[in-house]
Design a protein around this ligand. Structure first.
Ligand code: HEM
Length: 188
Protein backbone atom coordinates (compact mmCIF):
# COMPACT_ATOMS: atom_id res chain seq x y z
CA UNK A 1 0.00 0.00 0.00
CA UNK A 2 1.17 3.49 -0.81
CA UNK A 3 2.33 5.05 2.50
CA UNK A 4 0.26 8.24 1.96
CA UNK A 5 -3.02 6.22 1.75
CA UNK A 6 -2.74 4.86 5.33
CA UNK A 7 -3.69 8.10 7.18
CA UNK A 8 -6.65 8.53 4.80
CA UNK A 9 -7.94 5.01 5.51
CA UNK A 10 -7.51 5.48 9.26
CA UNK A 11 -9.41 8.74 9.11
CA UNK A 12 -12.29 7.01 7.27
CA UNK A 13 -12.53 4.10 9.80
CA UNK A 14 -15.68 4.38 12.01
CA UNK A 15 -14.92 5.35 15.54
CA UNK A 16 -16.04 2.93 18.28
CA UNK A 17 -18.71 4.37 20.59
CA UNK A 18 -17.19 5.21 23.98
CA UNK A 19 -18.68 2.93 26.71
CA UNK A 20 -21.56 4.60 28.52
CA UNK A 21 -21.39 4.20 32.28
CA UNK A 22 -24.70 3.10 33.90
CA UNK A 23 -26.09 5.94 35.97
CA UNK A 24 -25.66 5.42 39.71
CA UNK A 25 -29.03 4.45 41.30
CA UNK A 26 -30.58 7.40 43.01
CA UNK A 27 -32.29 7.10 46.37
CA UNK A 28 -35.72 6.71 44.72
CA UNK A 29 -34.57 4.02 42.23
CA UNK A 30 -32.79 1.74 44.73
CA UNK A 31 -34.96 -1.33 45.53
CA UNK A 32 -36.39 -1.22 49.03
CA UNK A 33 -35.99 -4.31 51.19
CA UNK A 34 -39.40 -4.13 52.87
CA UNK A 35 -38.74 -7.20 55.04
CA UNK A 36 -35.73 -5.36 56.49
CA UNK A 37 -37.64 -2.11 56.83
CA UNK A 38 -40.41 -3.80 58.86
CA UNK A 39 -38.18 -6.26 60.70
CA UNK A 40 -39.83 -9.30 59.03
CA UNK A 41 -37.86 -12.47 59.71
CA UNK A 42 -38.60 -15.24 57.19
CA UNK A 43 -38.18 -18.73 58.57
CA UNK A 44 -36.56 -21.32 56.29
CA UNK A 45 -38.56 -24.34 55.15
CA UNK A 46 -37.70 -27.64 56.84
CA UNK A 47 -35.74 -29.54 54.15
CA UNK A 48 -37.43 -32.84 55.12
CA UNK A 49 -41.09 -31.72 55.17
CA UNK A 50 -40.97 -28.58 53.01
CA UNK A 51 -42.94 -26.79 55.74
CA UNK A 52 -42.21 -23.52 57.51
CA UNK A 53 -41.96 -24.10 61.28
CA UNK A 54 -44.73 -22.52 63.40
CA UNK A 55 -44.54 -21.29 66.98
CA UNK A 56 -44.68 -24.12 69.56
CA UNK A 57 -48.16 -25.34 70.58
CA UNK A 58 -49.66 -28.33 72.37
CA UNK A 59 -50.66 -30.99 69.85
CA UNK A 60 -53.75 -33.11 70.20
CA UNK A 61 -56.85 -34.30 68.35
CA UNK A 62 -58.93 -31.82 70.39
CA UNK A 63 -57.36 -29.07 68.24
CA UNK A 64 -59.40 -30.40 65.29
CA UNK A 65 -62.43 -28.67 66.81
CA UNK A 66 -64.92 -31.53 66.34
CA UNK A 67 -65.43 -35.09 67.55
CA UNK A 68 -64.98 -37.82 64.97
CA UNK A 69 -67.86 -39.85 63.56
CA UNK A 70 -68.31 -43.34 64.93
CA UNK A 71 -67.80 -46.34 62.64
CA UNK A 72 -66.31 -46.36 59.15
CA UNK A 73 -69.40 -45.30 57.15
CA UNK A 74 -68.27 -41.68 56.62
CA UNK A 75 -64.70 -42.70 55.77
CA UNK A 76 -66.05 -45.03 53.09
CA UNK A 77 -68.47 -42.39 51.77
CA UNK A 78 -65.45 -40.13 51.14
CA UNK A 79 -63.36 -42.82 49.44
CA UNK A 80 -61.00 -43.45 52.36
CA UNK A 81 -57.82 -41.46 52.88
CA UNK A 82 -57.07 -41.22 49.13
CA UNK A 83 -60.52 -39.75 48.47
CA UNK A 84 -60.24 -37.33 51.40
CA UNK A 85 -56.80 -36.17 50.19
CA UNK A 86 -58.24 -35.43 46.72
CA UNK A 87 -61.15 -33.49 48.24
CA UNK A 88 -59.06 -31.35 50.62
CA UNK A 89 -56.44 -30.65 47.91
CA UNK A 90 -59.17 -29.70 45.43
CA UNK A 91 -60.82 -27.42 48.00
CA UNK A 92 -57.55 -25.56 48.48
CA UNK A 93 -56.78 -25.44 44.73
CA UNK A 94 -60.19 -23.85 44.10
CA UNK A 95 -59.71 -21.46 47.04
CA UNK A 96 -56.30 -20.14 45.94
CA UNK A 97 -57.69 -19.60 42.43
CA UNK A 98 -60.79 -17.75 43.66
CA UNK A 99 -60.35 -13.96 43.30
CA UNK A 100 -62.67 -13.44 46.28
CA UNK A 101 -60.38 -15.17 48.79
CA UNK A 102 -57.03 -15.96 47.10
CA UNK A 103 -55.25 -13.01 48.77
CA UNK A 104 -55.89 -14.52 52.24
CA UNK A 105 -53.77 -17.55 51.35
CA UNK A 106 -50.84 -15.59 49.88
CA UNK A 107 -47.72 -15.64 52.04
CA UNK A 108 -49.05 -18.64 54.01
CA UNK A 109 -47.53 -22.10 54.09
CA UNK A 110 -49.72 -24.11 51.74
CA UNK A 111 -47.58 -27.23 52.23
CA UNK A 112 -48.52 -27.25 55.90
CA UNK A 113 -52.16 -26.27 55.22
CA UNK A 114 -52.58 -29.13 52.73
CA UNK A 115 -51.26 -31.60 55.30
CA UNK A 116 -53.18 -30.28 58.31
CA UNK A 117 -56.51 -29.77 56.50
CA UNK A 118 -56.29 -33.35 55.22
CA UNK A 119 -55.47 -34.64 58.73
CA UNK A 120 -58.35 -32.68 60.25
CA UNK A 121 -60.99 -33.91 57.80
CA UNK A 122 -59.58 -37.45 57.91
CA UNK A 123 -59.71 -37.40 61.73
CA UNK A 124 -63.29 -36.06 61.81
CA UNK A 125 -64.43 -38.68 59.26
CA UNK A 126 -62.80 -41.38 61.41
CA UNK A 127 -60.65 -42.48 58.46
CA UNK A 128 -57.60 -43.39 60.55
CA UNK A 129 -55.71 -40.08 61.08
CA UNK A 130 -54.55 -38.07 64.07
CA UNK A 131 -54.73 -34.28 63.84
CA UNK A 132 -51.38 -32.64 64.55
CA UNK A 133 -52.24 -29.03 63.65
CA UNK A 134 -53.10 -26.00 65.73
CA UNK A 135 -56.58 -25.25 67.05
CA UNK A 136 -58.86 -23.21 64.80
CA UNK A 137 -58.71 -20.05 66.93
CA UNK A 138 -54.91 -19.91 66.91
CA UNK A 139 -54.57 -20.96 63.24
CA UNK A 140 -56.92 -18.21 62.01
CA UNK A 141 -55.91 -15.44 64.42
CA UNK A 142 -55.23 -12.20 62.59
CA UNK A 143 -56.33 -13.47 59.16
CA UNK A 144 -59.39 -11.20 59.29
CA UNK A 145 -61.57 -13.72 57.47
CA UNK A 146 -65.25 -12.86 57.09
CA UNK A 147 -68.46 -14.85 56.89
CA UNK A 148 -68.40 -14.29 53.11
CA UNK A 149 -64.86 -15.78 52.92
CA UNK A 150 -66.09 -18.82 54.85
CA UNK A 151 -69.05 -19.21 52.47
CA UNK A 152 -66.66 -19.12 49.51
CA UNK A 153 -64.44 -21.82 51.08
CA UNK A 154 -67.48 -23.99 51.84
CA UNK A 155 -68.63 -23.60 48.21
CA UNK A 156 -65.28 -25.03 47.11
CA UNK A 157 -65.52 -27.89 49.58
CA UNK A 158 -69.00 -28.67 48.27
CA UNK A 159 -67.75 -28.63 44.67
CA UNK A 160 -64.84 -30.92 45.60
CA UNK A 161 -67.18 -33.37 47.37
CA UNK A 162 -69.63 -33.28 44.43
CA UNK A 163 -66.84 -34.01 41.94
CA UNK A 164 -65.74 -36.95 44.12
CA UNK A 165 -69.34 -38.30 44.07
CA UNK A 166 -69.77 -38.10 47.84
CA UNK A 167 -73.49 -38.62 48.57
CA UNK A 168 -75.50 -35.55 49.67
CA UNK A 169 -76.33 -36.94 53.12
CA UNK A 170 -72.60 -37.62 53.75
CA UNK A 171 -71.66 -34.12 52.45
CA UNK A 172 -74.17 -32.55 54.80
CA UNK A 173 -73.00 -34.57 57.77
CA UNK A 174 -69.43 -33.27 57.32
CA UNK A 175 -70.66 -29.69 56.82
CA UNK A 176 -72.69 -29.97 60.05
CA UNK A 177 -69.46 -30.88 61.92
CA UNK A 178 -67.68 -27.83 60.48
CA UNK A 179 -70.56 -25.34 60.91
CA UNK A 180 -70.01 -24.68 64.65
CA UNK A 181 -66.43 -23.59 63.85
CA UNK A 182 -67.68 -20.51 62.00
CA UNK A 183 -67.02 -18.07 64.84
CA UNK A 184 -63.55 -19.45 65.52
CA UNK A 185 -62.35 -19.21 61.92
CA UNK A 186 -63.85 -15.79 61.12
CA UNK A 187 -63.24 -12.45 62.78
CA UNK A 188 -65.78 -10.11 61.21
C1 HEM B 1 -64.60 -24.43 58.99
C2 HEM B 1 -63.78 -23.83 58.17
C3 HEM B 1 -62.27 -23.98 58.22
C4 HEM B 1 -61.50 -25.04 58.60
C5 HEM B 1 -61.98 -26.41 59.07
C6 HEM B 1 -60.11 -24.65 58.45
C7 HEM B 1 -59.01 -25.46 58.75
C8 HEM B 1 -57.71 -25.00 58.82
C9 HEM B 1 -56.57 -25.76 59.29
C10 HEM B 1 -56.60 -27.21 59.69
C11 HEM B 1 -55.50 -24.94 59.28
C12 HEM B 1 -54.04 -25.29 59.63
C13 HEM B 1 -53.71 -25.25 61.12
C14 HEM B 1 -52.22 -25.29 61.37
O1 HEM B 1 -51.44 -24.79 60.55
O2 HEM B 1 -51.82 -25.81 62.41
C15 HEM B 1 -55.94 -23.67 58.77
C16 HEM B 1 -55.13 -22.58 58.56
C17 HEM B 1 -55.45 -21.58 57.68
N1 HEM B 1 -56.71 -21.30 57.21
FE1 HEM B 1 -58.38 -22.31 57.64
N2 HEM B 1 -60.06 -23.37 57.99
C18 HEM B 1 -61.35 -22.92 57.83
C19 HEM B 1 -61.72 -21.69 57.34
C20 HEM B 1 -60.87 -20.84 56.67
C21 HEM B 1 -61.27 -19.73 55.85
C22 HEM B 1 -62.71 -19.27 55.61
C23 HEM B 1 -60.13 -19.19 55.34
C24 HEM B 1 -59.98 -18.04 54.38
C25 HEM B 1 -60.76 -17.90 53.33
C26 HEM B 1 -59.00 -19.94 55.88
C27 HEM B 1 -57.67 -19.66 55.63
C28 HEM B 1 -56.63 -20.26 56.33
C29 HEM B 1 -55.23 -19.84 56.22
C30 HEM B 1 -54.69 -18.71 55.34
C31 HEM B 1 -54.49 -20.66 57.09
C32 HEM B 1 -52.98 -20.64 57.34
C33 HEM B 1 -52.66 -19.83 58.57
C34 HEM B 1 -51.17 -19.76 58.83
O3 HEM B 1 -50.36 -19.98 57.93
O4 HEM B 1 -50.78 -19.47 59.95
N3 HEM B 1 -59.50 -20.94 56.67
N4 HEM B 1 -57.27 -23.73 58.50
Amino acid sequence: MMPFLLPLLLAAAPLAEPPVAAPAPTETEAPVDWDKEFGVVRKARDPATGEIPVDPYVQGDANAGAHPFAGDGMARAFGGQAGIRRITDRTLDLSVADPRIKAIFEEHDMVRLRRTLFEQVCFILNAGCRYSGRDMKVAHKGLGTTRADLNALVEHLQQAMREAHVSFPAQNRLLAKLAPMDRTVTER
